[in-house]
Design a protein around this ligand. Structure first.
Ligand SMILES: [Zn+2]
Length: 197
């Protein structure tokens, strides 16, 4: 394994803690826990469909994905989700609900806890490709393109069968935007930089 203590540099040794084999420092209390990474994904509703981006980076170059990404350790996951929307589809998004929380197992990297939100574009916002995207598109739920990540397929399947989606679909988009803006929400606390005129 060959890992070293981040406090004192001593080679870690294997210990059994709470029934798990872990690497721990023999000189102090450092334990190399293998924690999951936390990531977000947002199903952004736009007129007539769902906003997806086509990836300009690996993994999944050239394939489509939901906007989202890793949560920084000082960040609320909801704030991370709206930040990723600003970065990846250059769009201010209001989160309107939680779709679910998912375990995403990995063998070659830390596994992930994925948090999937439902959201909608703020009034007058048009999505555009951010630096990590080749293009963005709005897709009808019944003609989705090939997706880069199995976890995003799971999220979209969950979204498509949720009753909240049916409720959202009957709300007139323009009429619903005005009262929402008077209600403070974390999504709106994110600066609306890069908002298109
Ligand atoms: Zn140590």
């Amino acid at each position: 394994m060959g890992h070293f203590c981040i406090n004192c540099g001593t080679a870690l040794v294997t210990r059994v803690i709470e029934g798990r084999e872990v690497e721990a420092c023999p000189r102090d209390n450092f334990i190399l826990w293998h924690d999951p990474k936390v990531s977000t994904a947002v199903v952004v509703e736009a007129d007539g469909g769902i906003v997806l981006g086509r990836r300009a980076i690996e993994p999944g170059y050239g394939l489509w994905c939901l906007p989202g990404g890793f949560v920084n350790d000082d960040e609320d996951p909801a704030a991370a989700a709206t930040r990723e929307c600003l970065e990846e589809i250059k769009a201010a998004v209001e989160l309107t609900g939680l779709i679910g929380v998912y375990h995403i197992p990995k063998t070659d990297a830390p596994s992930m806890v994925g948090i999937a939100y439902r959201g909608r574009l703020l009034d007058g916002v048009r999505p555009e490709a951010g630096a990590e995207m080749l293009e963005v598109g709005v897709f009808s739920p019944d003609s989705l393109p090939e997706l880069a990540f199995p976890s995003h397929r799971t999220v979209l399947a969950e979204y498509l069968k949720s009753p909240a989606r049916e409720e959202a679909a009957v709300l007139p988009l323009a009429g619903a935007a005005a009262p929402r803006e008077t209600r403070p929400s974390r999504a709106q606390a994110v600066p609306r930089r890069r908002r298109t005129p």
